[in-house]
Design a protein around this ligand. Structure first.
Ligand code: NAP
Length: 239
């Protein structure tokens, strides 16, 4: 039985990745930061299906000591999914150094040091890393400068790690388009949402299952490394 760690695995897309991998015979380590109650509910639900198949670790991955504790607590791992992220609008002119640190630390520094810290066990197990990126990693989203930069870095990190950690560890990425509206989506009007949907070739959002199914595909694809798959309903055709 293989073991997967999913960062930010308690809610939204991360929780679906947890469920899909668990239904496909992975044991799971759910990482969470604030969403401890949601993580516990998911853990209980999945352990009722297969006893002792899921555990929880928590920690603020922007804090390097807490990140190191997460790494130290993991004895054996086959798959690391770097999913945890923050996303909020900020124009270049309104961005502060705190925004830079907050966004870069979780979206880019954490995947780097988790990958580094867990590379020994992943290597021992011929494991793999999957980074959840964004289609805006190479086509910028207006008013999200630091987020765009963080995801562009994660794209390069994916390719760099694929080269440097080969031949023992495969490293790939999944770039979602519009899957779930942001948590504070009340600020986006229905009109704006419709305009966004019209720019997608398939004229609809994707689902967390679409992302999780691609993670599973890459986890099981033993001859794929250094690749990034857009799951965007054709949004990039119109960018
Ligand atoms: N939603 C979309 O349509 C979309 C589009 C493009 C790309 N993506 C990417 O897909 C992934 C999942 O998207 P999502 O919308 O489901 O993500 P999300 O809800 O915005 O965030 C996922 C999790 O990240 C964790 N997190 C944030 N800051 C953290 C910190 N300092 N330390 C540890 N964990 C932290 C949170 O865990 P806790 O709740 O436990 O604090 C949160 O639940 C992200 O990488 C995102 O960039 C999503």
């Amino acid at each position: 039985m293989k073991t997967a760690l999913i960062t930010g695995g308690a809610a939204r897309i991360g929780a679906q990745i947890v469920k899909t991998l668990h239904h496909n015979q992975f044991n799971i380590i759910i990482h969470c930061n604030h969403s401890k109650d949601k993580a516990q509910l998911l853990c209980t639900e999945l352990n009722a299906i297969r006893a002792k198949s899921v555990e929880i670790i928590s920690g603020n991955l922007s804090n390097i000591d807490e990140l190191d504790s997460v790494v130290d607590s993991i004895k054996s791992l086959d798959l690391l999914v770097n999913n945890a992220s923050i996303f909020y609008p900020k124009s270049v002119n309104s961005s502060e150094t705190k925004d830079w640190d907050d966004v870069l630390n979780i979206n880019l520094r954490a995947p780097f040091f988790l990958s580094k810290g867990l590379s020994k066990t992943l290597s021992n197990n011929d494991g793999s890393i999957i980074n959840i990126i964004d289609i805006h990693s190479d086509r910028p989203l207006k008013n999200h400068a630091i987020y765009n930069i963080s995801k562009a870095g994660l794209r390069m990190l994916t390719q760099t790690l694929a080269k440097e950690l080969a031949p023992k560890i495969r490293v790939n990425g999944v770039s979602p388009g519009l899957i779930l509206w942001p948590q504070d989506s009340a600020k986006i009007s229905e009109n704006e949402k419709n305009l966004m949907l019209q720019r997608i070739a398939l004229h609809r959002q994707g689902s967390p299952e679409d992302i999780a199914d691609t993670v599973l595909f890459l986890a099981n694809s033993n001859y794929i490394t250094g690749q990034i798959i857009n799951i965007d309903g054709g949004r990039t055709l119109n960018q």
